[in-house]
Design a protein around this ligand. Structure first.
Ligand code: NDP
Length: 445
């Protein structure tokens, strides 16, 4: 790491003690910026680097709610409004017991550059709560969402900050939060949240967008080597929104996904995932991946080890941060894996990324590969502002174009800064320069 960026990183560690995921995300970006600063030293002037690693605003609040038995619970809510150079803060809300300030900050920081890559005029933010929706009734989830939004509503708005879903936040939660926002504000601001239901301002393709985008990104990377996904065996982790639609798009492109997972284990289905069954269990019944094995002859549930022990040509990590470590990366490489496209945010540890890059395989980092979700959220905002609604084919064509543009921007930036084929450098450099140029134009703010 160059001296100038090293100093910024040390300050981040000192000022944000114990926030290890945030340190990791900042290190990854700053580490890439050496060749950018060397070529354009003005990016290190005016404390631009120091400003970009400091959130514009951090909101933390109490979320009290009452369960079905009448017991009162107190969760913690977060919204990190990280950077508004390119547009209103934009990024999802995560409801998971592991959520803390460091995790939300890492996600918000990544979001700045991801959103810049989409070229959709959106700034970076992220939020959430340590609330665990697993095992809660609809009424409990509704009361939690209403309490969460009662505070959050003071801070968001269609031109200010536009949250969406993430782990633990899907259409049901967005619905409850939108209902409460509308009630508090007495205003039908459809553009205040994305990931809405189709009957009340949602966009076709938003549900599919992140998973579809990660697979389209893999296809674009393969095309640079004259290959495609056709006939490839795909290892997928996660069993939620991103994983399901990554499986769907991979199947459409002629590949065979054979795995998926949740926090209790992973499923291997050598015949290829039965997507309709998986959707029925996860989307309709809100069940566990283990339920799949009971209804699908030949599929097996593995509760020890890791899904990355299963050999395949392509890996799509779609669960959570740091789910794929250096050992898992080496196991994947030994199994013949030649492509990794990250559907999740920061799923590969630094050791894993290093192993993939050393081996010279195609590695698409999350901030580029999973940007299809937020890009389609921006398309949802565009439809809300125009009071219009596009059909599926129109929205999907726009997503496909945006993913191709993101891929090409990464390739061009990697070449410009002397490391062709390095998508990590490409994504960080292309995203950073777009934000940095506008921050400079806006002065010291
Ligand atoms: P969901 O809540 O729909 O699904 C998450 C899935 O991952 C669940 O099956 C969950 O299992 C599983 N999971 C979580 N932690 C682990 C773990 N430690 N080991 C194995 N499985 C685990 O979330 P999404 O699909 O929306 O999000 C997945 C990832 O994609 C996250 O990193 C998110 O930040 C990222 N992302 C999502 C976007 C979106 O549009 N939704 C956009 C861009 C990125 P369990 O139920 O057992 O917890």
């Amino acid at each position: 790491m160059q001296d100038v960026v090293e100093k910024v990183y040390e300050q981040v560690v000192a000022r944000n003690r114990g926030e290890v995921e945030f340190h990791q995300a900042v290190h990854e970006v700053l580490d890439s910026l050496g060749p950018v600063i060397a070529k354009h030293p003005h990016y290190a002037e005016g404390a631009l680097l120091e400003r970009i690693v400091e959130p514009e605003r951090q909101i933390m609040f109490r979320v009290p709610w009452v369960d079905d038995a009448g017991q009162v619970h107190v969760n913690r809510g977060f919204r990190i409004e990280f950077n508004s150079a390119l547009g209103p803060y934009k990024g999802g809300l995560r409801f998971h017991p592991s959520v803390n300030a460091g995790i939300i900050k890492f996600l918000g920081f990544e979001q700045i550059f991801k959103n810049a890559l989409t070229a959709q005029g959106i700034g970076g933010g992220k939020g959430g709560s340590d609330f665990d929706p697993h095992g809660r009734s609809d009424a409990e989830v509704m009361r939690f969402c209403q309490s969460f939004m009662t505070e959050l509503s003071r801070h968001i708005g269609p031109s200010t900050d536009v949250p969406a879903g993430d782990i633990g936040v899907g259409g049901r939660e967005i619905g409850y939060m939108f209902g409460q926002y509308k009630r508090l504000r007495n205003s039908y601001d459809a553009g205040v949240l994305t990931g809405k239901g189709l009957a009340w301002g949602g966009s076709l393709v938003r549900t599919e967008a992140t998973g579809y985008g990660a697979v389209l990104f893999a296809q674009s990377m393969l095309a640079t080597r004259g290959e495609s996904l056709e006939g490839k065996k795909v290892i997928v982790s996660g069993g939620g929104n991103v994983a399901i639609y990554a499986i769907e798009k991979a199947q459409q492109l002629g590949a065979t996904p054979i795995t998926f997972s949740d926090s209790s284990g992973y499923v291997v289905d050598d015949a290829g995932v039965d997507l309709e069954l998986l959707k029925q269990i996860k989307e309709v019944e809100r069940g566990r991946v283990a339920d799949y094995v009971e209804r699908r002859p030949g599929a097996r549930l593995v509760t020890g080890g890791s899904v990355w022990d299963v050999p395949g040509d392509v890996a799509l990590p779609c669960a959570t941060q740091n789910e794929l470590d250096g050992d898992a990366a080496n196991t994947l490489l030994r199994g013949g894996c030649g492509v990794v496209s990250e559907g999740a945010n920061m799923p590969s540890t630094p050791e894993a990324v290093e192993a993939f890059q050393k081996a010279g395989i195609l590695f698409g980092p999350g901030k580029a590969a999973n940007a299809g979700g937020v890009a389609t959220s921006a398309l949802e905002m565009e439809q809300n502002a125009g009071r219009t609604r596009w059909d599926f084919a129109t929205a999907e064509a726009k997503l496909t174009d945006i993913m191709a543009d993101i891929h090409d921007s990464c390739v061009a930036a990697a070449e410009e800064y002397g490391r062709p084929g390095d998508y990590v450098l490409g994504a960080n450099a292309a995203g950073f320069t777009r934000v940095a140029d506008v921050m400079i134009a806006h002065g010291i703010v």
